[in-house]
Write a protein that binds this ligand. Structure first.
Ligand SMILES: [Zn+2]
Length: 185
């Protein structure tokens, strides 16, 4: 018996997710070279709709609570059980800053205010672009919430570098250290 097509939910975050049908007319999607210098595109065989595979945009915060950095231990894949700065995907129509504040609250129970942009991170072959902000706590006590196993508070010198989930967390923390603590890590 033929097995039903059951994609891993994370496969949609691949550079080439296994999308097969047009979201407008359900026609078959074919790979086509539209412009010589650009990647092949998924083009509908019936209505010619081009399914552009855009990056995913995420936003997060380097938040300090009583002079310690707030990290969350991920309770979902990818990076299950590893530490990240609080953050997540930006909803369509939402600003980066709103998303960073919302995700920080959802994951740590801390109400924060954005102070400044640390940097924006992207990596070859990766689908996620992340904007990392420095934030300050307005209210709340750290508590593990949505999709997090634990909230950790780390002095900068005790950041668990080998146990960080993503390059963006590492790079945002290094940027914070360089800019505000004179770290040369
Ligand atoms: Zn179509």
């Amino acid at each position: 018996m033929k097995q039903p097509f059951m994609p891993d939910i994370h496969s949609t975050h691949q550079v080439q997710p296994p999308f097969r049908f047009c979201p407008l007319c359900s026609g078959r999607l074919d790979k086509k070279q539209i412009k010589a210098q650009e990647p092949e595109r998924l083009v509908c065989s019936q209505c010619s709709f081009v399914y552009y595979l855009d990056p995913k945009v995420a936003a997060g915060t380097v938040t300090l609570f009583e002079d310690r950095i707030v990290l969350v231990k991920r309770g979902i894949s990818p990076g299950y059980g590893k530490w990240v700065i609080p953050g997540g995907f930006v909803d369509r129509g939402e600003t980066l800053e709103e998303a960073a504040v919302r995700e920080t609250l959802e994951e740590t129970n801390l109400h924060v205010r954005i102070n400044s942009l640390l940097n924006v991170y992207s990596y070859p072959g990766h689908t996620v672009i992340i904007a990392a902000y420095l934030a300050e706590v307005l209210a709340g006590v750290p508590a593990a919430c949505d999709e997090t196993l634990e909230v950790g508070l780390f002095p900068y010198k005790e950041i668990p570098w080998p146990e960080l989930a993503f390059f963006s967390t590492r790079d945002a923390l290094k940027e914070y250290g360089k800019r505000y603590l004179g770290s040369t890590l």
